[in-house]
Design a protein around this ligand. Structure first.
Ligand SMILES: Cc1cc2nc3c(=O)[nH]c(=O)nc-3n(C[C@H](O)[C@H](O)[C@H](O)COP(=O)(O)OP(=O)(O)OC[C@H]3O[C@@H](n4cnc5c(N)ncnc54)[C@H](O)[C@@H]3O)c2cc1C
Length: 499
């Protein structure tokens, strides 16, 4: 069986749907193939924030901000990867960020903010309302309204090569369980997300992280591999964010995640967040935060220890605990601390977790919203029974930890004074990866220094060496690069120079 179109898009996350809309707006007949049974990928699982300078929301709040300042502020997030960024792509991101945000709003998405997100010098974080399911919902709707044919449960298995010029002519996919050739006259846009859950790619670039699972189980780097099979090259594959510590998800998604992505609801929330006292929303926001975030390292520095299901300490908590947690029975660990630490993290300035610029969650918030995670008891033995750990092993672990503290100056104290507290289970997860296929500033995929004719990459797979550290840059990149790649594919852009 064969299907034909002008532009074929691989993946229906934020980048793929943006590419499809823009290609359709430039006159192309578009097919989107999505391997999962619902669209959205990581975009749908995300918090949904976008950092952008010069937005209408900033202007309404009287904030004067520029892409140049945004460009400079991104330096603060690069950490050990400073010097590896593709600055031409960073430029393209910051110059188009506000326009991408306005474009999303024009399709019905609603944002709250801008909120502060230091070390960004101005408040420029825009948070999607009511939740990130709004991305596939509104972008999918806009694509379908333009006649885009979105096929779900349709994994792309191979990109088909045009033997004439060495470019691409479509893809082989499995649709309805059958192999189908999808021919694309103008171009193929890879928009298949990242490789955070692909052991093989992680093994190549960061072997120590290969076995650590990701938050998004279907982020398996398919587009990276499809591109590599055509001779394309990966850039910055070693840039992997994580492993991060996360509390186990509650059995029911939080209230915020369950809200339907309705425009009216978004507008209502936007008005309420801007006009009513923050205390009214705290319980609502907390149900989200305590369900989706992990603990701050400050809790460990203050004296909390990590124990596994056997009640044993297994790691120096201050040295990459995420790696060790992944190797524990069931991949689980618990934070154990005493009343001194509990008191400290019960109010400002010491928080258990934070969504920057939005809110802080303290210990009583976990007690209230995550009783499944929180345990408290007068003795260590009673705490162990409450959690389901062997009491003798926990007592022994804490006693020997306290005894060793005499020489440990990095921690503020031991686990000494009851009542005792535990939070967990905690898991270790890879969050995002930043390695992408090498592309030029027209999002054309490169094979050496040559463009692969008619092959584009957007979003995570099309990062081309752009480093998107910090909050709110990934989705902005997905939308910005997706729109541009879709447009260029529809316009049958001639191969552009490398820069
Ligand atoms: C928990 C979490 C929170 C985050 N929060 C934020 C945030 O607040 N702000 C921010 O900017 N970024 C955030 N991110 C990162 C951001 O969500 C992603 O980087 C971004 O959404 C990637 O968009 P994408 O379109 O490239 O990929 P995705 O959204 O992952 O979409 C890729 C799609 O391609 C499909 N696909 C893959 N392979 C194939 C194939 N072979 N055939 C067909 N379809 C295929 C996938 O199923 C998926 O639907 C977060 C990520 C996580 C995990």
């Amino acid at each position: 069986m064969k299907l034909e179109c002008d532009v074929l898009v691989v993946g229906a996350g934020a980048s793929g749907l943006s590419a499809a809309i823009e290609a359709a707006d430039h006159g192309a007949g578009v097919i989107v193939l999505e391997k999962n049974s619902m669209p959205g990928g990581s975009s749908r699982l995300s918090v949904g924030s976008i950092n952008a300078a010069g937005s209408s929301l900033q202007k309404r709040a009287g904030i004067v901000d520029t892409p140049d300042e945004h460009f400079a502020d991104m330096d603060h997030f690069m950490g050990p990867f400073a010097g590896k960024d593709n600055l031409a792509l960073r430029r393209l991101l910051v110059d188009n960020a506000a326009a991408s945000l306005e474009w999303l709003m024009s399709h019905g998405l609603c944002f709250y903010g801008p909120t502060a997100d230091p070390p960004h010098r101005h408040p420029r974080m825009h948070n999607v309302l009511p939740n990130s399911r709004a991305y596939p919902y509104y972008l999918g709707r806009a694509a379908r309204r333009r006649g885009v044919d979105i096929r779900l449960d349709a994994p792309v298995l191979q990109i088909l090569r045009d033997e004439g010029d060495g470019g691409v002519r479509g893809a082989l996919a499995r649709i309805g369980g059958q192999p189908v050739e999808v021919l694309a006259r103008s171009g193929v846009v890879l928009a298949s997300g990242d490789y955070s859950n692909d052991p093989e790619i992680k093994q190549r670039f960061r072997p120590e992280l290969a076995a650590i699972p990701a938050i998004n189980p279907t982020a398996t780097g398919d587009g990276h591999k499809l591109g590599e099979a055509l001779g394309a090259r990966m850039v910055n594959g070693e840039v992997v964010y994580g492993p991060g510590l996360r509390f186990m998800e509650p059995s029911q998604p939080s209230l915020v995640r369950r809200l339907p992505p309705s425009w009216l609801l978004g507008k209502l929330m936007q008005w309420a967040l801007n006009s009513l006292p923050a205390s009214l929303f705290r319980p609502f926001v907390m149900s989200f935060m305590t369900a989706s975030l992990g603990p701050e390292a400050a809790l460990l520095r203050a004296g909390a220890v990590l124990v596994n299901r056997e009640g044993r300490r297994f790691v120096d908590e201050l040295v990459q605990p995420g790696l060790a947690i992944a190797q524990q029975p069931a991949g689980h660990a618990w934070l154990v601390f005493d009343s001194r630490v509990a008191q400290m993290f019960s109010g400002p300035p010491h928080y258990v977790s934070t969504a920057p610029g939005v809110a802080f969650a303290y210990l009583p918030d976990y007690q209230r919203h995550r009783p499944d995670l929180y345990h408290r008891a007068d003795s260590l033995e009673a705490l162990a029974s409450s959690v389901g750990l062997p009491p003798d092993a926990l007592r022994q672990a804490i006693d020997s930890h306290n005894a060793g503290l005499v020489t440990d100056t990095a921690r503020a104290g031991g686990v000494v004074q009851g009542p005792f507290h535990a939070l967990g289970p905690l898991e270790s997860r890879i969050v995002i990866t930043d390695g992408g296929l090498a592309v030029n500033t027209s999002h054309q995929v490169l094979r050496g220094d040559e463009v692969v004719p008619r092959l584009y990459a957007a979003g995570a797979v099309g990062q081309g060496g752009a480093l998107l550290a910090g909050n709110g840059h990934h989705i902005c990149w997905a939308v910005t690069s997706g729109r541009r790649a879709g447009r260029f594919a529809a316009q049958r852009l001639a191969p552009q120079p490398l820069a």
